[in-house]
Write a protein of this length. Structure first.
Length: 73
């Protein structure tokens, strides 16, 4: 699901996600899940930016909005 949402996001925006590299990346997005709810901070916070996706996210279209928040896109 997350991979499809990222591919969809890449098709529609200039923002690109790539694999985290702990040797070079100081700021990065971490996508995680929980039983319910979804949230993230809006804009760059520095260090890790968490995107929490709840279990109700059943389609890539529902995940895309959360992907844009950390990038402030």
């Amino acid at each position: 699901m997350i991979e499809r949402a990222i591919a969809n996001f890449h098709d529609r925006t200039p923002v690109r996600f790539r694999q985290y590299n702990p040797l070079t990346d100081r700021d990065y997005v971490h996508i995680t899940g929980q039983r319910s709810g979804c949230w993230s901070f809006v804009g760059r916070v520095g260090g890790v930016s968490n995107i929490v996706q709840g279990a109700v996210k059943t389609s890539p279209a529902l995940c895309i909005a959360s992907l844009g928040f950390p990038s402030n896109y």
